[in-house]
Design a protein around this ligand. Structure first.
Ligand code: CUA
Length: 318
């Protein structure tokens, strides 16, 4: 029993956890999980069936009453797999179809997701129609259909939140739309699911699901989370960072939007847990070794005092 335990633990390790498809928290992921179980039980039944037929054929062979090879191959080698695969194909196509947006009375929320090496940027609009740009975190309400309009800035990426729905490619110059819905508030992990270069593994994001009634307030707080413009680090930020990064959620930029950075759970597409000012400072000092290949330029020209002021300035955006 003790010897079996590690093997069983390993086998079951994929059944839960933040990136598990088998722990669905929305209808899209539930249909993927259902498809997975159908395939698992069908494959298990087929395996047992094939073993039984092979044993039966062996026994007949030993008794000198071998099977008719032609009929055997036509039945078990062609007709049976074609039938099984056709059934699975129909179920899989219907599952995929269910993740695409459909016109309906429910009024889906529109958000835009843009993948780039190696982070995710999101744009959505508040009740007044004003844009709210974020990076690394997507905020949505619980219980409401959300249409994610997915595209990419450079190479092909793939948008995937395993507990909420299936994955869909992010393609430069093309927009794909994925419908998802989260049943309950919470934090759901997302990951780029298409190999896209050196830091593909450090291209994760989080979907923060708010109670439906608290969503607009959360979006407003996000839009208002600007750093303090009177802080001494504002001038350093303007001189060294603002060419690429916006620190205002109302503005877009070529690099990740840093409004509300201080309240994000992670930095650098999942490279670092954000434990406050020290994490931001660590990123500013060491990003080239923490995430080699990233487009963020070297900060070697900035002294430690300037980096500290920038970290302090970004910390004021809560
Ligand atoms: Cu982006 Cu992998």
């Amino acid at each position: 029993m003790r010897r079996l335990a590690p093997g069983a633990a390993l086998a079951l390790a994929g059944c839960s956890g933040p990136l598990s498809t088998l722990d669905p928290a929305g209808p899209g992921a539930a249909s993927v999980a259902a498809l997975w179980w159908v395939m698992f039980f069908a494959a298990s039944a087929i395996l047992l069936g094939v073993c039984a037929v092979a044993l039966y054929a062996l026994r007949r062979e030993r008794r000198g009453r071998g099977l008719d090879a032609g009929r055997f191959v036509a039945g078990w080698g062609v007709a049976f797999p074609v039938t099984v695969l056709a059934v699975l194909l129909v179920i899989a196509l219907r599952t995929g179809e269910g993740m695409l947006p459909k016109p309906g009375p429910e009024g889906a929320l529109r958000v835009e997701a843009r993948g780039q090496q190696w982070w995710w940027g999101f744009t959505q609009h508040d009740a007044a129609g004003g844009p709210v740009h974020t990076a690394g975190e997507l905020h949505i309400p619980a219980g409401r259909a959300v249409d994610v309009h997915i595209t990419a800035a450079d190479v092909i990426h793939s948008f995937w939140v395993p507990r909420l729905t299936g994955k869909l490619d992010a393609i430069p110059g093309h927009e794909n739309v994925l419908r998802l819905r989260a049943d309950a508030p919470g934090v759901y992990e997302g990951q780029c699911a298409e190999f896209c270069g050196l830091q593909h593994a450090q291209m994760d994001f989080r979907v923060i699901v708010h109670p439906a009634g608290a969503y607009e307030a959360a979006l407003a707080a996000l839009a208002a989370a600007r750093p303090d413009p009177s802080h001494p680090g504002a001038a350093d930020f303007a001189a060294s960072c603002a060419g690429c990064h916006a620190a205002d959620a109302r503005q877009d930029g070529a690099a990740p939007n840093l409004a509300g950075l201080a309240r994000r759970g992670r930095i650098g597409g999942g490279t670092l847990e954000n434990e406050g000012r020290e994490s931001i400072l660590l990123w500013l000092r060491r990003h080239e070794t923490l995430k080699p290949g990233s487009r963020e330029p070297s900060h070697a020209a900035l002294d430690d005092a300037a980096l500290s002021r920038i970290a302090d300035y970004l910390e004021t955006a809560r």
